[in-house]
Each structure stands twice: as structure tokens, then as C-alpha cells.
Design a protein around this ligand. Structure first.
Ligand code: NAD
Length: 463
């Protein structure tokens, strides 16, 4: 962050000298329009404004734009609020439903709308991308780079380009792929410290514009300049690989449970091999979130389209779905003698650090548990509002972990919030009716929990 700040200050100084007519120098302050103000668009907009650009974030959801214009964030991300407020105040960040205002005169237009799975085919549904491309094309003026940040199937750049050229044949435009690799919960950190920036462009002129936009990252991160289609494929290939890695460690966890090995020790030993790496080796209840489930499905569909059966990915998808059912069964089996016993669920978001419940394993596991129990109390530090939209009145919503545990027979941890590592187990023991903990994220220390008088089970250890 500090180094990027140095760049920003340097750019600002140069701009000042330039405006004062003291020097003639090309400054890289651009007008950027971002279409879609969700988990990708909003942090990206805030980050680009922080780097000194003039950013216009567009969304078609009026209530979202109204809230943002009223200074209210529409999603939770660590570190977002401070930068959001600062850049709105200094006038570099504007929110609008007006596409023309954002796109006219923009150097770069970033497409960051959703590409959800089609409910039947599970292919990426591109209707939002195409609608946005059609709308923005009318307002292009001067040379503009339209960059797709949304995760889109290989060849979508060709389709976007065809739409743009059909709507506005005179437009001086290049369409490129600029896949997004940020992690929800770390979006601001990842914006300023990306592992790599991949640019898929078939035009040198567009690459030059991207070099300028990302000038503050030169020398600090790896750039990869590839063909547009390769760039689109890199995003899916990466997400599918990470999903497979999670599935693999979950299978190893099952193996450890039956064989007497300990998944913590096994994962640590594996991760020390630089060819494997230590990340994504946390065994748990299965992957989820708005990206891995939809992107693995879309990749499998793309494989079929191009006549390649992607067996590893297809198995991963099927086994990950099964796993969530198995996890719910684990919990239910622990209270089979008292099916009306209260279940306390801690964690609803698909992972710690976010309020996002889309495709959260916690939601799938809860839905399975609700088939067997109507007495479930839930708590999540950030995701209560989003969970309520999905679960409605079928569960009760506690104000904290302790209220959720009052009179519970069993406590279940479903999301890896750091706060859950520091629960006052003695207090919880006093609140609960029976003393069972199922920790599907391995957040607690087994020995400590058992010493506190709980029957404890976790993932990948014969506890
Ligand atoms: P999101 O649903 O949070 O946000 C998308 C936004 O686009 C919504 O606010 C929606 O109202 C808006 N929108 C849709 N059509 C529009 C239009 N025509 N004009 C203006 N606004 C429009 O989605 P997200 O999680 O930010 O994901 C966006 C894309 O980025 C997806 O393709 C996703 O796969 C990809 N991606 C997401 C993540 C992540 O962590 N969420 C990471 C990498 C890539």
C-alpha cells in the first residue's frame, strides 16, 4: 500500500507541475467507467479512484446507487469503507445509474456484471454482459478500451466486440479480457497486491492503455500479456484448479479420519513442498461462494462444447455436492436421540471476511439440516442480513454466538471467522443443554475443547 501511495503522490505531484505548465509530461489519470457495482465492481472502482483515476461506477439497481450516494456501503469488505468515503469526498468516485454519464469520454470501460449459472444448463448466463455491452456501445466516443472483468467463457470477447461494432460501427474501440482474481473478504488487499495482472488483448494500442492504467503496479507484480481467448481460459482454469485442490484435501481428510492420520499434519507436510504450496489445503465442508461452483460448472460445459470431457472437474463438482449432504448428516446423527434438540449454527457466509452467502456451504448444509430439525438458531458476524434473505423465518437469528448457543444440544461451526477461535468455551458450556461441538472448519483446538467438557468432532482427525 505504501509503495502504491508513493506512486499516487508522485503522479499527483507530476500532475500539479503539469497543470501549472512547469513540465510537459504524460500523466496517467484516466476516466474509468465500471459497469456493475457488486463484489468486483465496487472494490475495483474504489481502488482505481484511490490510484488517482476519475471513476464512474454504474449499476442498474437504483437502490444500490441510492445507498452508495447516501454514503452507505452495499457490501462488506475489510478496508473498503475508509477508501470509499475518502474517494467520494475528494470527487474521484461517482455512482450513477446513467450509463451515458459514465461512458462518454471514458478511456477504459470495465465490465463487472454478474455471469450467474443458467438454472438448467449451468452454463454461464451472459445476458447481463450482452445487455451492458449493447447499452454502453451507444456512448463510446474517442478511443476506448472495453475490458471484461466478469468471468466469461472462451470466445465471449468476440461476441462483445460484435455487439459493440453492430450498435456503434464508428466506435474506435478495442475489447479485451482482464480477468479478476480478487478473493472476497480480501478484495481491497488483493486490488493493491495482486499476484498477477493478466491482460488478454489482440491489440497493441489496448495494451498501452492498460500499461498506463496499471502503471502503479509495474515492478511490483507480474504482468501476463496474452491472446484474449487465453485470458478468458486462464480464469476458469485457475478457479477449477483451486476447487479441485479443495476437493482433494477434503478427500484426504476423509482418509485421515478412517486411517488415524491427522489432516493438519498431512496438509502441513504437503504444503511444505513448493510444487504443491500451502494454500487451499484447509479441509472443510466443501467449497462454495459465487465463483467456484458456477465456474467449475461453466468450465465443464465449455469442455463438452469443445468435445473435451473434463473428468477431474466433473468429479469435483459431483463430490463437492455430496460432501455438503454428508456434513449435514454428520450433525443430524449427533442429535438423533433428540431430534427436536436445538442446533446452534455459527457462520453463514461462504467464508470468513465476507457477508456473501451466495452458494455458501453453510446455506446448503442448513437446508439439509432443516429437513430434520425445525429448531435451529444461527449467527454470523457479517452475513445475517444476506442469510435472512435466503432462509427467511425457518431459523431464528441470534445477536451473537452466545445467544445462539442458549439451550442448544449441539453447536456447529460452518464458516471460518477468526472470532470463533476466541469463543469463551466455559461460558458456552454453561449456556448449552448438551455439550457437543461439530467444527466443520477446524477452528477450535481439539484438546482445549475436550478439556472444557465438550464432545468434539472436526474434519480430518479421528476425534
Ligand atoms: P455481483 O452480482 O455482486 O454484481 C454485479 C452487479 O452488476 C450487480 O449489482 C448488478 O445489478 C449489476 N448489473 C447487471 N447488469 C447490469 C447492467 N446492464 N448495467 C449496470 N449494472 C448491471 O457480481 P460480482 O460478484 O461482483 O461478480 C461480477 C463478475 O466478476 C462475475 O462474472 C464473477 O464471476 C466475476 N468475479 C467475481 C469474483 C468475486 O469474488 N465475487 C471474483 C472474480 C471474478
Amino acid at each position: 500500500m505504501v509503495e502504491i501511495w508513493d506512486n499516487v503522490i508522485a503522479l499527483a505531484l507530476l500532475k500539479g507541475y503539469y497543470e501549472a505548465g512547469l513540465i510537459f509530461i504524460e500523466v496517467y489519470i484516466m476516466k474509468v467507467a465500471i459497469i456493475g457495482t457488486g463484489y468486483v465492481g465496487l472494490p475495483t472502482g474504489v481502488g482505481l479512484a484511490e490510484l488517482g483515476n476519475e471513476v464512474f461506477c454504474v449499476d442498474k439497481m437504483e437502490e444500490k446507487i441510492c445507498a452508495l450516494n447516501a454514503g452507505e456501503l452495499t457490501l462488506y469488505e475489510d478496508g473498503l469503507e475508509e477508501l470509499f468515503k475518502k474517494n467520494v469526498q475528494n470527487g474521484r468516485l461517482t455512482f450513477t445509474t446513467n450509463m451515458a454519464k459514465a461512458v462518454i469520454g471514458a478511456d477504459v470501460v470495465l465490465l463487472a456484471v454478474g455471469t450467474p449459472p443458467h438454472p438448467v444448463t449451468k452454463e454461464a448466463d451472459l445476458q447481463y454482459i450482452y445487455a451492458a455491452a449493447e447499452e454502453l456501445a451507444q456512448y463510446l466516443d474517442g478511443y476506448t478500451v472495453v475490458a471484461t472483468k466478469s468471468t466469461v467463457p472462451v470466445g465471449t470477447g468476440d461476441e462483445i466486440e460484435a455487439i459493440v461494432r453492430k450498435v456503434n460501427p464508428q466506435a474506435d474501440v478495442d475489447v479485451i479480457s482482464l480477468p479478476e482474481f480478487l478473493r472476497e473478504g480480501f478484495a481491497i488487499h488483493d486490488f493493491f497486491h495482486p499476484d498477477r495482472i493478466v491482460v488478454g488483448a489482440n491489440s497493441k494500442k489496448a495494451c498501452k492503455v492498460m500499461q498506463k492504467l496499471y502503471a502503479p503496479f509495474v515492478g511490483k507484480t507480474e504482468f501476463l500479456w496474452v491472446k484474449r481467448k487465453s485470458s478468458e481460459a486462464i480464469k476458469y482454469a485457475s478457479n477449477a484448479f483451486l476447487a479441485m485442490k479443495i476437493h482433494y484435501i477434503n478427500e484426504m481428510a476423509d482418509f485421515c479420519e478412517n486411517s488415524g492420520a491427522d489432516i493438519h499434519e498431512v496438509a502441513k507436510g504437503m504444503g511444505m513442498d513448493s510444487r504443491i504450496g500451502s494454500k487451499f489445503l484447509n479441509a472443510g465442508p466443501g467449497y462454495g461462494g459465487s465463483c467456484f461452483p458456477k465456474d467449475t460448472n461453466a468450465m465443464a460445459q465449455m469442455g463438452r462444447k469443445y468435445g473435451v470431457r473434463l473428468n477431474l472437474i466433473e468429479t469435483t463438482i459431483a463430490k463437492n455436492d455430496e460432501r455438503k449432504k454428508e456434513m449435514a448428516e454428520r450433525v443430524i446423527s449427533k442429535i438423533k436421540n433428540n431430534p427436536q434438540g436445538k442446533i446452534a449454527v455459527l457462520g453463514l457466509a461462504f467464508k470468513g471476511g465476507t457477508d456473501d452467502c451466495r452458494e455458501s456451504p453453510a446455506m446448503d448444509i442448513l437446508r439439509e439440516m432443516l429437513e430434520h430439525s425445525s429448531n435451529i438458531s444461527v449467527f454470523d458476524p457479517k452475513a445475517m442480513a444476506n442469510a435472512e434473505k435466503l432462509l427467511g423465518a425457518r431459523v431464528t437469528y441470534a445477536k451473537d454466538a452466545y445467544e445462539a448457543c442458549e439451550n442448544a444440544e449441539i453447536m456447529v461451526i460452518l464458516t471460518e471467522w477468526e472470532d470463533f477461535k476466541n469463543l469463551d468455551l466455559k461460558r458456552i458450556r454453561g449456556l448449552m443443554k448438551a455439550h457437543k461441538i461439530v467444527d466443520l472448519r477446524n477452528m477450535l483446538q481439539a484438546e482445549e475443547v475436550k478439556k472444557s467438557g465438550f464432545e468434539y468432532s472436526c474434519i480430518g482427525m479421528n476425534s
